[in-house]
Design a binder for this molecule. Sequence first.
Ligand code: TMP
Length: 220
Amino acid sequence: MDGKLIVFEGVEGGGKTTQMQRLIHWLQASCFPIASLVATREPGGTELGKGLRRLLLGQGSGELVSDRAELLMYAADRTQHVETFLKPQLALGTMVLCDRYTDSTIAYQGYGRGLNLDLIEQLNEIATGGLQSDLTFWLDINVEVGLARVRARGKRDRIEQADVEFHRRVQQGFAELARQNPDRIIRINADRTEDEVAQEIQAILSRSLAAWGYLKSFES
Ligand code: TMP
């Protein structure tokens, strides 16, 4: 069986990284026969991507990054990630958990920066060759609450420092994407305890894994 691509999305401070780690531990201890499981992220899932991530999120020289240059760097990161990591892993049957993917570009560069949505969709298509997530968890948190969590962690990256209106537009982007893709994108209320969020994610993924035949292959 080909692997599955499970993506975590959402505005800053929603707990994606923590929830991904929790899901890995839960999957490793679960009854599902998942032979191979990896976690990755965008930007930064490849060596090229790590360099792009530093350029995109670091303080750099202080030179302003133009919106279109930013878009193309995210697209370059994704192209490399899909071709050299995601597709080969999925072909081996690996379950891949990915921190952000194509919806982030629509939400951040489309809704947030105001770049043309059709153009972004075309770029996503070029970067992914049509590879979509099998399931996307949108960790929906109130923008102010999320940004306060990020501030409490200390140093903020270039995008985290953008004004609150930018992050509100990004949030609207995720809400619109979830409305348009109800089968693929599952909204998770992330304004709850870590345990409550983790349990809901586990319950939803259990149902999907059963529907994808993971239990059957275990029984046979
Ligand atoms: P994070 O993975 O630590 O959340 O940081 C990635 C940052 O990059 C986050 O602010 C969202 C942003 N981003 C975009 O603006 N567009 C994209 O396509 C992706 C993947 C991330």
